[in-house]
Design a protein around this ligand. Structure first.
Ligand SMILES: C[S@@+](CC[C@H](N)C(=O)[O-])C[C@H]1O[C@@H](n2cnc3c(N)ncnc32)[C@H](O)[C@@H]1O
Length: 234
């Protein structure tokens, strides 16, 4: 089942809210960028680009970028935002990345997207295929402990579809489904695809986050909501 179009009803609201949201500025973005390699002169795939925040960042830092997403509105927004400089494609990350040749990228990047994908074995095999030797995959994703607490789950060891009501992006509130999974089901597909795990980070929010979001700051300073990973194709 593809969860790729579920952003459509609120994609414009998401795009206008998320870029300067405290969660982004003081938590997800600094934590994810801490794992980013030097991208100048490199080829990068932004997998699940959404409204193109990281696509633009990669371009500004000297990468040649292919961005892909499943949601039509995000394709349009990223295309306009990147002024035709990045190649922006509609693609379903549940399917083989047929647009990408073997060993064609130095970096596969994915922010907050992989919890929408059920089969990480097939996905990381594809990421491995499209990366050159020495290439890097960097991604951020919901932390299993966060999904475990916020979704009413019954068995930590299952990979299961869960639904949340999001109140951060205005009304009508969207219901968003993700796949919750245990930590082992995140890490083993990466290793089994052939990657060397380089960094696994369970970041804390920056101190600035406390001013805007004191409750989340207190909670996520003790229990992460985010997991960031860097792995390398040998
Ligand atoms: C939380 S947004 C993150 C977007 C962007 N990476 C960012 O950081 O702003 C998750 C993105 O995953 C995309 N997505 C979900 N399922 C997908 C799929 N099967 N194939 C491609 N993109 C998908 C959504 O359309 C959405 O743009």
């Amino acid at each position: 089942m593809s969860l790729g179009q579920q952003y459509e009803p609120f994609a414009t609201r998401y795009a206008s809210t998320i870029e300067n949201h405290p969660y982004r500025l003081y938590y997800e973005k600094p934590a994810t960028l801490a794992l980013m390699p030097d991208v100048r002169g490199k080829t990068a795939l932004d997998a699940g680009c959404g409204p193109g925040i990281y696509t633009e960042w990669l371009l500004q830092h000297g990468a040649q970028v292919v961005a892909c997403d499943y949601a039509d509105t995000f394709i349009d927004i990223t295309h306009q935002r990147c002024n035709g400089v990045a190649q922006v494609l509609q693609a379903d990350l549940n399917q083989p990345l047929t647009f990408a040749a073997d060993s064609s990228f130095d970096l596969v990047f994915s922010a907050l997207t992989l919890h929408y994908i059920e089969d990480w074995h097939a996905l990381f095999q594809e990421f491995f295929r499209v990366l050159r030797p020495g290439g890097v995959v960097v991604f951020s994703v919901n932390h299993p402990i966060y999904d475990m607490e916020t979704r009413k789950t019954y068995n930590y060891y299952d990979t299961e579809l869960c639904e949340m009501l999001w109140k951060n992006f205005g009304e009508p509130y969207p219901r968003v489904k993700i796949y919750r999974r245990p930590l082992s089901a995140m890490i083993n597909p990466i290793i089994e695809a052939g990657f060397r795990l380089d960094t696994l980070s369970e970041p804390k929010p920056l101190p600035e986050f406390e001013h805007t979001s004191p409750d989340e700051y207190a909670r996520w300073s003790r229990k992460p909501s985010l997991l960031c990973v860097r792995a390398i194709k040998p």
